[in-house]
Design a protein around this ligand. Structure first.
Ligand SMILES: [Zn+2]
Length: 446
């Protein structure tokens, strides 16, 4: 799992120059046939080695493309068999939608940089038959894939061709070969992360003393606003049937959100770098799916793009600095009182951005508090006892916007390292800062 931190998946749109969308479709239909065949044979009780060899021999795809497809289908079955007792459903034996085409670099697909600096792709939708064209994407994803193509330190790995929202996308994985990440178990500072639609909250806890050393809430209200704006725009276009424009808008939206999240993750990485031997702790997405009782907050978070995308970017960027990431079960981290002598858990404790314990009266910013609970949860999973929580530092808020202030955060980068993290300059920001100054735990206790 730690290796995964150094592999990043980059997502691109495709501008086709040779071949057609129908060709790509044909490739994905054969991928589906392979996938369904694996499931059919498994259901008939075949040995998995025999399934692998038989299906590979009978597919007309590039051989190692089929091998990747069979492996992926078997992996889905393996996950199912491993979790049968938890009432996981068997994968559908026959899927009707297309299946992603999975390919090795320089085999099923290839990328090259041309003279003008564009990245050309070539996809074998069947042996000796190619669809060719140019990758589209955010500047930093394009730059990263170029670096990976040029440098020996990097490997361009497996890519998946997927058809989503009426558009072809290529997800390319790139891996840095020699970077290593510290083992999470040795961490000295536990940084709880709580990702929301409009902000990410971080709380750094000393593992031995249980003290929260510092915390910050990085707000990104524009992502929510822009996504809503684009959503309305798309709906309007769908109404008048402008599908081509709709795709352009979708790409624009994705690039905006991506760029913005990239900046937020840089802020997070910088903030984390001030602590000794940190581990970043996130709530586990897999566990969330099983927990039906989380209600709308969790559902909204689960389906909101920032959650997964920001998590991936932050994990990757911090891994680059050698910092590991880990998961905890997200159960009740948003509802539980963080005071170790209270721990009262009730949904009513939380009201939007406000947390107020119904039992002991402790109050805090709800997202910062959730980040503290995430850190506590990790310590509880790893150590014999969780040290008691005595005080909490003030909550600092940073607002990350696409214009103006965004540059300000970079210019004031050193501010992060000093632990004083408010970069707001407007009156509105200093107000939100004032509101964020909360009583320490000790003074609200009983
Ligand atoms: Zn309480």
């Amino acid at each position: 799992m730690q290796d995964a931190g150094l592999t990043q998946t980059l997502s691109f749109g495709l501008t086709l120059q040779t071949g057609s969308s129908d060709n790509l479709h044909e490739g994905c239909l054969e991928a589906r046939r392979v996938r369904n065949e694996v499931n059919r044979l498994d259901k008939e009780g075949w040995d998995w080695n025999d399934i692998h060899d038989t299906v590979v021999d009978n597919s007309y795809h590039v051989k190692n493309t089929t091998q990747l497809l069979v492996k992926k289908a078997l992996k889905e079955l393996e996950t199912y068999h491993d979790h049968k007792d938890d009432e996981w459903g068997r994968p559908y034996p026959y899927i009707h939608e297309t299946y992603p085409l999975r390919m090795n670099h320089n085999e099923g697909y290839a990328l090259t940089v041309d003279d003008s600096g564009d990245i050309q792709f070539r996809i074998s939708y069947k042996p000796y038959n190619y669809v060719k064209g140019v990758l589209r994407g955010s500047p930093d994803h394009l730059e990263q894939v170029k670096t990976a193509l040029r440098s020996d330190a990097w490997r361009v790995g497996v890519a998946e061709l997927v058809y989503k929202h009426d558009e072809w996308r290529l997800h390319v994985s790139v891996t840095h070969k020699s970077r290593t990440v510290a083992p999470p178990d040795n961490a000295g500072t536990v940084v709880g992360v709580d990702i929301n639609e409009d902000c990410v909250a971080l709380a750094a806890m000393n593992r031995d003393t249980g003290d929260v050393l510092d915390s910050v809430v990085i707000e990104y209200p524009e992502i929510k606003r822009i996504r809503h704006e684009f959503f309305t725009k798309r709906k309007r276009m769908q109404k008048v049937g402008q599908t081509a424009f709709e795709n352009v808008v979708r790409t624009e939206e994705r690039d905006f959100v991506h760029d913005h999240l990239h900046k937020v993750s840089r802020d997070v990485t910088r903030w984390v770098s001030q602590f000794n031997d940190p581990v970043l702790v996130f709530e586990d997405l897999k566990d969330m799916r099983d927990s039906l009782d989380y209600g709308t907050r969790m559902n909204r978070r689960l389906h909101s793009l920032p959650f997964a995308a920001l998590r991936d970017t932050v994990t990757y960027k911090t891994a680059w600095n050698g910092v590991p990431s880990d998961d905890v079960n997200p159960e009740y981290t948003s509802q539980r009182c963080p005071r170790t002598e209270c721990l009262h858990t009730e949904r009513a404790n939380r009201r939007r951005k406000r947390f107020k314990c119904k039992s002991c009266g402790f109050q805090d910013h709800s997202d910062r508090k959730a980040a503290v609970c995430v850190a506590q949860e990790w310590v509880a999973d790893h150590d014999v006892n969780v040290p008691s929580l005595k005080t909490l530092p003030r909550v600092w808020k940073v607002r990350r916007t696409a214009s103006g202030l965004c540059e300000g955060a970079d210019a004031h980068g050193a501010v992060f390292a000093s632990g004083v993290t408010d970069i707001g300059t407007s009156a509105q920001d200093s107000q939100s800062r004032a509101r964020a100054e909360l009583k320490p735990v000790a003074s609200t206790a009983d």
